[in-house]
Structures are given as structure tokens and as C-alpha cells.
Design a protein around this ligand. Structure first.
Ligand code: HDE
Length: 713
């Protein structure tokens, strides 16, 4: 059992296991794959210096052969991702609900590997696409591997696995011209969404700021489906899983997202890597919403419907543990690319429900690994191997890495003494929850799944004013990119079912009217004999006025740790103020970056040289969380003549960021489009670092939004 370490030492069984498979080429001679020492890897074997290459050249063949097969198919969804190692610790036992060791043993430190991802884009696409983010956690527990393969939003687009290929085909680049990459703003997606109203709830989350996170480290995570917890007595409770980030939930604006995609399309990947490398380990709390089986039908929606969340105001989230990511992978391909998550990987004490989406996933993930990783032995790849030993009678096939001993590979046997032997439930053997089933076999959708509008409307009602504005802008952008008016009209009618003012605002931006009705029923295309009634959206209900927990306005605004602060400087910048500001920010664990008109070193007014982190030519305002400009006449004069520097300031203001100007630095402000903006809560002129710091912690000054809109950059 992996015990909690007393010190910062987080070495785990998994880490030790991976270490055995890690190859270090330092101080080693180059050899072929067979161990033959190589003395030339630069030229092929030829008939004379200018002659044909000889077929005999086994060295060339081996090298090129490997190269030709270096790539494997990317994930059909969630292709673009980044991952890290870490650990999970239980802070409060939930023994009364679950017998899983991970939920009962507070002395354990369970190793985890977590992969974050976007959904629609290819492996090389931008991190900042407007999209759902994957949040997949592999727990290497003492009882076997448990995978909680979730997203950063608590609901999904569709209710039944049968519709997943349709959903994904609609959002992926269109099949005739393979356009657009990593973007939902196109006709086929909105054709599908507007004909499939169950998608609306997840869709409005994507249109909100949740679709463009500031960082993977600033996202919530959700298991989405209702799962079951099973205790020692065999009793079941329903459960929803939540990850809550220590740094709060924060996003960028759409204008920034678009620009970050150009300036640094690895923005989220780099952010996660750099934070961990700098020892700023991202951390989440694990929370559970627990519902007694007897309450299954007490809700205004069906617990098995994955397009519904349980508001935290209705069932509070109980925090039971924490997860820390403290180690970057050694090798992207071996670990992040080859990791195979399977929702079907569970341990005793956790079980599934009949959520029809979850049921389909149990099949799909195992299946996809075969075409992605090429062998059903993918569980033997180091990153996928459990920390417990695995023994069974499954044998052979492509890439078998183990050498099973003995005469038997069947059960029962007497020749090997009945080994590997079976385990009773008391000994930890897995037993499925004995759910009573008495039903007709039928291909339909339960009518209890038909409420498509109430929760998108609840989500929208719960947002702050600035969040609502972002949603309206996102709908307007996305639909503005569609070419077919009938699709836009259908969407406008549907948005009006969420909120009429929202629909009116989007319609105005599109130069269209919100239709009073639509010709054919929504979901008309369900199929000839399909149960059309079961696919029609029910009437909107208001069972909860607002759920404040759904708004990012109510997240954590405490820390500026890991926030990137741009210091704009040129030769001659004043040390007065600079030093105190830098020290104060670094004390709070923010990252100060010196941006200057040139690379190399920059000299302050006391003659000291300071290392430039980025020349203004190579960086952009959108990559930073706040801006500080120290004084110094010479420096300000130089910066004022640099149009990119003025743009940098204008953009930071436009994106509602905290900004501080010292002494002559204020002259730069005058040259910008901001001129002399006073009474702005996040704009500081010769004020104390303390105020600047608390404005950065608030993430953005959204009160500035209207004024900021007018800034043209
Ligand atoms: Fe996935 N999904 N999914 N999905 N999913 C995959 O598995 C699939 C769904 C999620 O970082 C694939 O290994 C079906 C819901 C994440 O490696 C694939 C259905 C949720 C990841 C697949 C769903 C997710 C995947 C692609 C409907 C949130 C990335 C490669 C029945 C709870 C995992 C792979 C990683 C990946 C199928 C729906 C989350 C094709 C059929 C709902 C985070 O098997």
C-alpha cells in the first residue's frame, strides 16, 4: 500500500514502476536495436561516393523503418491533450457509502495520471479552441486501476451513446473540404444541434466562458454520469463526482482566445508544464454529491440523464479528498499519447448506473484503444499498467510483453492447483451491484429525458451580467459563421426557449428576426418508426430560480500564484517602485516577466543589468495576466515610440486586466487609447503593490467591459 509521505517526497509505487521502464541514454554508446555498436549514422552504404545505395544497408533500413512507423492514429476525439503525474489523498472516509480502499483509507497516497484535452481538434490544433475540455484521471489504486474519465462541464451533449458518432461527425471538419479545424462554428454542427435539442445544455456551457479556460489548472472537473457507490453491506447510493480547483475557475475572453491561438497555440500545455516544473503544483479537491437510492425519483429530472446536473443548492458537494499534480511526464508519446482511459476500469465499492451514455462508453473506449494502440495488450504499456499485479488466463496476441509461466491457461484447472484462483467478495473480488431488472426489450428514449430547456435556462439565469454578454457574443459569432439561414433561424427559435432577450440580442447581431414558430417540429429527423414523441423537447420548467454555484463570478479569487505579470521596460527604467513591486508579486508566487524592445539585457537607472524574458517583438499582451510599467524618463520615451508596446497596453486594458503605472510610466498611459482613465478598479497610478495584487486576484475588472469594447486593437 502506498503510504502518505511525511515530507514533500511523493515517490509512488507507480513512479518506481515507470522508472524501471525509463531508458536513460546519457553516457551510453549508440547501438542498433540488436545492440550492435554503430560508428556512422550520417551516410548510407553506397556503390562509390556518388553511386546507388545498396540493399544490403541494414543500418539505413532499420532507421528508416522505425521512422516510417513512428506515428499512431490520433484519438478520434480528445486528440489534443496534455498530462501530468500526481497523487490523490482521501481527507474524509466515506465508509458508510463505499467500500473502495481509495474512499476509506485516509492514510493512502494513490498515484494518478491526469490528461486534459480539447475534444474536436486534431492533435496539433490550438489549445484555445472554444470547446469542452477533457479531464481524465487514472487512479492506480491498491485494488486495481480506476479511471474517472470526465470533462470540465457537468453535463454532456447527448443522452444516448447511439448519437455520439452523429454529434462528433457534425462538429469535426466538414467531410468535403476538411474545414474548419478545432471549431464548432460551422453549418454541420449547428444543423445537428438545432435538430437535436438535448444538446442545448452542454452547448450553452460551451458558449459561456467555460469553453475558453485561462488554464487547465483553473477548471473544474466532473464525472458527469451518475455512478453508484457500494458499501461493505452491499448497499448502494448514487453519486456525482466533482473536481474543484484550488485556483478557482477562470477564463480568457474570446478576443484573447483567438489571439493566443496565433501567439502561442500551446498556451495551456505550456502553462501546465511550466507551473509543475516551477514547483507550483496544481491542486483540486474531490467532492461527491450523494443521493440515497430511495430518492432516485425525487428530482425534477432523471438522474440517469447525462444532460442534467444536480444543482449544488439541491444536493451539496461533500469534499472528501485532494489531488495534486507534481510531476511532468518524461516522454510525451510514451505516457501522454499512449495512456488509455477506460470508463469500464472500476474497483470494488464503485459501480455503474443505466445511464445510456455511460453504458455505450463502457464498450467504446476498450474498442478504440485497439485501433489506436494496435494491440489488445495495450494494458501492458508502462503508463497503463496497474500497480497491483495482474494474473489471469488471457494470453498471447500482438506485442505480448510478459512471459507467462506454466502449463495451463484455463480455468478451472487442477494442473496448476486452480491458479490463478478466484477471490470471494470478502477477499476483494469484484461483484456487480445486483440491480433488479424487470423490463421489456425496447429501442426508445425514456420520456423522463424529454426536458431539454429547463437546465440551459437555469444555467443562463445563474450567470453574472458579464458572463451573459459573453454568451450572447459567442452565439452571435458561431451562428454568424454559418451560411444557411434556415439553420440560424432554427437556432434562434431554440435560444428563445432559453431566454427571449438573449435570442433577440443574437438575432440583432445576425441581422435576423427570432421566428415565432418553426415549420416542422424540432428533432423531426429521428427516423421513420422512431418514437418521435420521446424525442420532442418538453416545456421549460423553473424548479430553481438560480444556482449561484454555476457562475464563475462566485469562484475562488484568493491567489495570484503562477499569474504571469508583464513588466514593460527599456534601458534607463527606474528601480524606484520596480524592485518593491517585483518582490511583492513574487512573494505571492506570481511570475514576473521583463518585456523590453530588444532581447538580451536591459539596464536600469542605477546601472544594473537585468535579463529580458521576451523581446516585445516575440510576445503578445494576451499571454499575460497583468501589466506593470515602472518609471524612468529614458525608458518611457523609448517604449512610447514602440507601437507594439502601445498595442500591448491597449490590449491589456481591452481584456479588463489589472494594470499599474509608476511615475513617468503614466506618460505611456496617455499615449495609449486609455488616455487617463480614472475610477477604474484595476488601473493603478503610483499605488501600493497590495492593491495591484488584489486586483490581479480578482482575475478581471469586468466593470470595465463596456468601455473596453470601444478600444480598437
Ligand atoms: Fe469520450 N471518447 N466518448 N466522453 N472521452 C474518447 O477514447 C466516447 C464521453 C472523454 O485523455 C475516446 O481513448 C463515446 C463523455 C475524455 O485519453 C473514444 C461516447 C465524456 C476522453 C470516446 C463518449 C467523455 C474521451 C477517444 C458516448 C465525459 C479523452 C480516444 C457514448 C464524461 C481521454 C479514447 C484521454 C475519449 C468515445 C462520451 C470524456 C472514441 C462513444 C460523456 C475526457 O473511445
Amino acid at each position: 500500500m502506498a503510504k502518505k509521505a511525511d515530507t514533500g517526497d511523493t515517490k509512488s509505487i507507480k513512479q518506481e514502476q515507470l522508472k524501471r521502464d525509463t531508458v536513460d541514454y546519457q553516457d551510453k554508446p549508440m547501438t542498433t536495436r540488436q545492440g550492435l555498436k554503430v560508428n556512422d549514422t550520417n551516410s548510407s552504404l553506397k556503390a562509390g561516393p556518388r553511386g546507388a545505395t545498396l540493399l544490403e544497408d541494414f543500418l539505413l533500413r532499420e532507421k528508416i523503418h522505425n521512422f516510417d512507423h513512428e506515428r499512431i492514429p490520433e484519438r478520434i476525439v480528445h486528440a489534443r491533450g496534455s498530462a501530468a503525474h500526481g497523487y490523490f489523498e482521501l481527507t474524509e472516509s466515506i465508509e458508510e457509502y463505499s467500500k473502495a480502499g481509495i474512499f476509506t483509507d485516509t492514510s493512502r497516497r494513490t498515484p494518478v495520471f491526469v490528461r486534459f484535452s480539447t475534444v474536436a481538434g486534431s492533435k496539433g490544433s490550438t489549445d484555445l479552441a472554444r470547446d469542452v475540455r477533457g479531464f481524465a484521471v487514472k487512479f492506480y489504486t491498491d485494488e486495481g486501476t480506476w479511471d474517472l474519465v470526465g470533462n470540465n462541464m457537468p453535463i454532456f451533449f447527448i443522452q444516448d451513446a447511439m448519437k455520439f458518432p452523429d454529434l462528433i461527425h457534425s462538429v469535426k471538419p466538414e467531410p468535403n473540404n476538411e474545414i474548419p479545424q478545432a471549431a464548432s462554428a460551422h453549418d454541420t454542427f449547428y444543423d445537428f444541434v438545432s435538430l437535436t435539442t438535448e444538446t442545448l445544455h452542454n452547448h450553452i456551457w460551451v458558449m459561456s466562458d467555460r469553453g475558453i479556460p485561462r488554464s487547465y489548472r483553473m477548471m473544474e472537473g466532473f464525472g458527469i454520469h451518475t455512478f453508484r457507490l457500494i458499501n461493505k453491506k452491499g448497499e448502494a447510493h448514487f453519486v456525482k463526482f466533482h473536481w474543484k480547483p484550488e485556483l478557482g475557475v477562470h477564463s480568457v475572453t474570446w478576443d484573447e482566445a483567438v489571439k493566443i491561438s496565433g501567439a502561442d497555440s500551446d498556451f495551456h500545455r505550456r502553462d501546465l508544464w511550466d507551473a509543475i516544473a516551477a514547483g507550483q503544483f496544481p491542486e483540486w479537491e474531490l467532492g461527491v454529491q450523494i443521493i440515497p437510492e430511495a430518492d432516485e425519483h425525487k428530482f425534477d429530472f432523471d438522474l440517469l440523464d447525462p444532460t442534467k446536473l444536480i444543482p449544488e443548492e439541491t444536493v451539496p458537494v461533500k469534499i472528501i479528498g485532494r489531488m495534486v499534480l507534481d510531476r511532468n511526464p518524461e516522454n510525451f508519446f510514451a505516457e501522454t499519447e499512449q495512456v488509455a482511459f477506460l470508463p469500464g476500469n472500476i474497483v470494488p465499492g464503485i459501480d455503474f448506473t443505466n445511464d445510456p451514455l455511460l453504458q455505450g462508453r463502457l464498450f467504446s473506449y476498450r474498442d478504440t484503444q485497439l485501433s489506436r494502440l494496435g494491440s489488445h495488450n495495450f494494458h501492458q504499456i508502462p503508463i497503463n499498467r496497474p500497480v497491483t499485479d495482474a494474473h489471469n488466463n488471457q494470453r498471447d496476441g500482438h506485442m505480448q510483453m510478459e512471459i507467462p509461466k506454466g502449463q495451463t491457461a484455463y480455468f478451472p484447472n487442477s494442473l496448476s492447483g486452480g491458479c490463478p484462483y478466484l477471490n470471494s467478495v470478502a477477499e476483494g473480488g469484484f461483484e456487480s451491484y445486483q440491480e433488479r431488472i424487470d423490463a421489456k426489450k425496447i429501442r426508445t428514449r425514456s420520456e423522463s429525458f424529454s426536458d431539454h430547456f429547463s437546465q440551459p435556462a437555469l444555467f443562463y439565469r445563474s450567470l453574472a451580467k458579464w458572463e451573459k454578454k459573453h454568451v450572447a457574443n459567442a452565439y452571435s459569432f458561431e451562428l454568424g459563421k454559418c451560411n444557411h439561414d434556415h439553420i440560424k433561424e432554427r437556432m434562434l427559435w431554440i435560444i428563445a426557449q432559453i431566454d427571449t432577450d438573449l435570442a433577440a440580442e443574437v438575432a440583432e447581431n445576425l441581422g435576423m428576426q427570432v421566428p415565432k414558430s418553426i415549420e416542422k417540429p424540432i428533432n423531426q429527423a429521428v427516423g421513420a418508426d422512431a418514437d418521435i414523441k420521446a424525442h420532442q423537447p418538453g416545456k421549460k420548467q423553473i424548479y430553481l430560480k438560480k444556482s449561484p454555484k454555476l457562475s464563475q463570478a462566485n469562484t475562488v479569487f484568493e491567489s495570484i500564484a503562477t499569474r504571469q505579470i508583464a513588466f514593460l521596460v527599456a534601458d534607463g527604467f527606474a528601480m524606484k517602485g520596480f524592485d518593491a513591486m517585483k518582490k511583492a508579486l513574487e512573494k505571492e508566487k506570481a511570475v514576473v516577466k521583463l518585456i523590453a524592445p530588444h532581447g538580451g539585457m536591459v539596464t536600469c537607472d542605477s546601472g544594473m543589468e537585468h535579463k529580458v524574458d521576451a523581446s516585445i517583438m516575440t510576445t503578445e499582451s494576451v499571454l499575460y495576466d497583468a501589466v506593470y510599467v515602472p518609471g524612468g524618463e529614458k525608458s518611457i520615451d523609448r517604449l512610447g515610440k514602440n507601437s507594439k508596446c502601445i498595442k500591448f497596453i491597449n490590449e491589456a486594458f481591452k481584456h479588463c486586466k489589472a494594470m499599474a503605472f509608476e511615475d513617468e510610466g503614466r506618460e505611456l498611459l496617455k499615449k495609449s487609447a486609455i488616455k487617463n482613465s480614472t475610477e477604474d478598479k484595476a488601473l493603478f497610478l503610483n499605488e501600493k503593490p497590495k492593491d495591484f495584487i488584489s486586483a490581479i486576484a480578482k482575475h478581471r475588472n469586468w466593470e470595465r467591459m463596456e468601455k473596453a469594447e470601444a478600444i480598437a486593437v
